[in-house]
Design a protein around this ligand. Structure first.
Ligand code: ATP
Ligand code: HSE
Length: 293
């Protein structure tokens, strides 16, 4: 058992075009959570993103994930003092909720002195409802996520190409994932599903080995158009960038645009008023847990 832990957990982009609920990529943008054991009670401090609105009690997402993981591990952490230094924007499609969940679960494992394992991934995906973002935050790099009968969430990590330089183009407005999931149809045309299968497979190859194929690899038929009314400006930027040859896609459930580049640049000529474009590295290590003194 450890007195306290420091958890550094990456943001992520999901879907990557056609890989709806299946593909994720960890990004070099990190929230840091410190949790110390205390004699009793729960004290939560939040700085940065969400400081004005995330709860400080047992309903806090990091705390709920931490408690659920402690239950699974059969471990009572006692009182807790937690500080969250958040930089991942909330409700923008950069996996903030997945990072919070993975951060809480990683903290529980660190306090219990247990390594993160397949059960941790499954628990995180149960919380989030799908495994793409949580797998990326947990494992780092490029991930392919799937769900087996049971259900049992699983993921495989793939090493991304060294030249990848994602650019996150983040608008000021928020979009809640649960709202835009509600815009999706129950069924899609067979031709659209076949298109997505090919492009999602190509995306894994392009992101790992052939960045020159990123433009066709990031075309989507499963979610972006259906969600357009939630963020019309986002789709305009995606379409304009793609017309200029940039492999752009909606990041997760939006409204951020993710440009998959090898130089960290987006061309002038696309109106990005109201958006902030930030070049990011790929996080290749996933969540990191260190003991605190
Ligand atoms: N660090 C955090 N601490 C507590 N709650 C958080 C934290 N990060 C996110 N949340 C909760 O998750 C919500 C955002 O989740 P949502 O799934 O809508 O967006 P996202 O995870 O940022 O984007 P996406 O799932 O599309 O990548 C926030 O409004 C907040 O309630
Ligand atoms: N695959 C998810 C990612 C966002 O959590 C979606 O697009 O709804």
């Amino acid at each position: 058992m450890t007195a306290g832990v420091r958890v550094r957990v990456p943001a992520s982009t999901a879907n990557l075009g056609a890989g709806f609920d299946a593909l994720g990529l960890a990004l070099g943008l990190h929230d840091v959570i410190e949790v110390r054991r205390a004699p009793s009670g729960l004290a939560v401090t939040v700085t940065g993103e969400g400081a004005d609105d995330v709860p400080r009690d047992e309903s806090n997402l990091v705390v709920r994930a931490l408690r659920a993981a402690c239950d699974r591990l059969g471990f009572d952490p006692g009182g807790l003092a937690m500080t969250c230094a958040n930089v991942i924007p909330h409700a923008r499609g950069l996996g903030s909720s997945a990072a919070a969940i993975v951060g809480g679960i990683a903290a529980a494992h660190g306090l219990a002195g247990k390594p993160l394992d397949d059960d941790a991934l499954h628990l995180a995906a149960e919380f989030e409802g799908h495994a793409d973002n949580v797998a990326a935050s947990l494992l780092g790099g490029l991930v392919v996520a799937w769900c087996e009968p049971g259900p049992r969430f699983r993921a495989a990590r793939v090493e991304p190409h060294p030249d990848l330089r994602p650019v996150a183009i983040v608008p000021s407005e928020e979009s809640a994932t649960h709202v835009t999931r509600g815009l999706l149809p129950a069924v899609v045309p067979h031709a659209d599903a076949a298109f997505a299968a090919g492009r999602a497979a190509l995306a894994v190859h392009a992101l790992a080995a052939r960045p020159d194929l990123l433009l066709p690899a990031t075309a989507d038929t499963l979610h972006q158009d259906y969600r357009e009314k939630a963020w019309p400006r986002t789709l305009r930027v995606v379409r304009e960038l793609r017309a200029l040859g940039v492999a752009a896609a909606v990041s997760g459930a939006g409204p951020t645009v993710l440009a998959f580049t090898t130089d960290g640049r987006v061309p002038a000529g696309v109106d990005l008023t109201g958006f902030t474009a930030t070049p990011l590295s790929v996080d290749r290590a996933g969540v990191r847990v260190d003991p605190l003194d």
